[in-house]
Design a protein around this ligand. Structure first.
Ligand code: B4P
Length: 190
């Protein structure tokens, strides 16, 4: 069972690439951003809480995010493998994921990290903001905040997986198809 963390800054293409990898490998796709947005759409208490952080470009608190991820994982006791998109984003989330998978007699196989320069990230997110209806893509200040939070809180998670020999960097600039191909080459070595 392959369990892959797809990592990278906001706008790196995690959600975009996950869709192709699910199609090719049959992973269960768990995107914390998607679950939060579904809760916002459904006007649940979790959605109201998450929105107050997401609209400011902040991370949703660890306790809330970890409990939500645990509940999502529990829905798939017989999964063929997971692709984690947007999780973990902090050290405590990375530790929680190891513990949760260990409880399922499983582990993270690898972290595939999409590497994209900041100028490209900003351009992609602003472009998506024209049509996505996502408040966190519409405001350049919020985009900058998301990138700053990534650099401060999320980028260090790379070291957690490097220490386990599980980090694989993937150049994330190029056509969407080219990047899918790079990810598949990396996955096929696992
Ligand atoms: P996410 O939903 O994870 O979103 P993201 O970081 O914006 O995006 P992603 O990298 O998936 O970008 P995409 O493929 O869409 O997070 C949103 C918010 O939720 C966070 O800021 C946080 O508040 C909260 N949250 C989520 N998880 C959390 C957690 N674990 N803990 C705490 N809070 C959490 O690509 C972006 C754009 O680029 C698209 O328009 C796409 O078409 C384009 N694009 C993709 N690949 C391209 C390419 N190769 N060339 C050109 N454009 C490309």
């Amino acid at each position: 069972m392959l369990n892959v963390v797809l990592f990278g800054p906001p706008g790196a293409g995690k959600g975009t690439q996950s869709a192709f990898l699910v199609e090719a490998y049959g992973f269960i796709h768990l995107s914390t951003g998607d679950v939060f947005r579904a809760n916002i759409k459904g006007a649940t208490p979790l959605g109201t809480l998450a929105k107050s952080y997401m609209d400011q470009g902040q991370l949703v608190p660890d306790s809330v995010t970890i409990d939500m991820l645990a509940a999502e994982l529990a829905k798939y006791p017989a999964a063929p493998g997971f692709i984690f998109d947007g999780f973990p984003r902090t050290g405590p989330q990375a530790e929680a994921l190891d513990a949760l998978l260990s409880g399922m007699n499983a582990s993270v196989t690898a972290m595939l990290a999409l590497e994209v320069p900041e100028t490209e990230l900003k351009a992609r997110l602003l472009e998506r903001g024209k049509t996505s209806g996502r408040p966190d893509d519409a405001d350049p200040n919020v985009i900058q905040k998301r990138i700053d939070v990534y650099n401060a809180d999320t980028a260090p998670v790379q070291h957690f997986y490097e220490a386990q020999g599980k980090y694989i960097g993937i150049p994330g600039v190029g056509s969407i198809e080219e990047i899918t191909q790079r990810l598949k080459v990396a996955l096929d070595t696992l």
